[in-house]
Unconditional design. Structure first.
Length: 211
């Protein structure tokens, strides 16, 4: 699933980031939650330590990194080992598929979206939370990723690039949210969430499986 695996040895540091940057974390949750109306038959691909699955009531997670899975399981999340490109589920198993800062790490982004499409039921939703390389802060992340413990091997995409891939793999009917408009170190108050994309570092894409 992942091109590189910095998380196996640094799962605790990754998880602590959300406590150290709570205002950013809360803004990301609000942006994601706006597209998750309630308890659904849902899957998070790349569930990590369960930081999003738990508050968003995601039922099942897939996570390839054992140290991350253990933390997620401690949060009460049902997390299985597995890869985004080969999901261990039958066709049309879920009403919702969630991925948060995952697409920049997958080995094959087309297979990832094809598998997401396969396991979604007709009319089901996909929600993608991502670092938008097309945003001003996203460009800074691209230019400085070699200095990052976690993003050194990441391939960042713009929202427009992801939309093209999603359309090619069967998704349609898109909506957007964005947040994190300042450097993380400069955020000292509740960060706004707005519609659209291109200005916020963290973008959320909501799409539908249209059969």
């Amino acid at each position: 699933m992942f091109k590189s695996n910095p998380y196996q040895n640094y799962a605790k540091q990754y998880d602590e980031w959300f406590d150290e940057n709570r205002l950013v974390y809360e803004a990301e949750l609000r942006a994601l939650r706006s597209f998750i109306p309630g308890k659904l038959c849902s899957l998070e691909i790349g569930a990590g330590t369960g930081r999003f699955a738990a508050p968003l009531d995601i039922q099942i997670g897939i996570e390839p990194v054992e140290s991350m899975r253990k933390i997620a399981q401690q949060r009460g999340i049902n997390v299985l080992g597995g890869r985004a490109e080969c999901l261990p589920f039958k066709d049309s198993s879920f009403e919702l598929v969630l991925m948060v800062t995952v697409i920049c790490f997958v080995d094959d982004i087309y297979k990832t979206f094809k598998e997401s499409f396969r396991v979604l039921s007709a009319g089901g939703s996909i929600v993608i939370g991502m670092i938008d390389s097309g945003s001003p802060l996203g460009q800074i992340y691209v230019n400085h990723k070699q200095n990052s413990l976690f993003y050194k091997q990441a391939k960042f995409y713009s929202v427009d690039e992801i939309l093209e891939i999603m359309r090619e793999t069967g998704f349609d009917d898109f909506s957007f949210r964005q947040t994190v408009f300042k450097d993380v170190s400069e955020i000292t108050d509740r960060e706004i969430v707005s519609t659209g994309y291109g200005n916020g570092l963290f973008a959320v894409i909501h799409g539908k499986k249209i059969d």
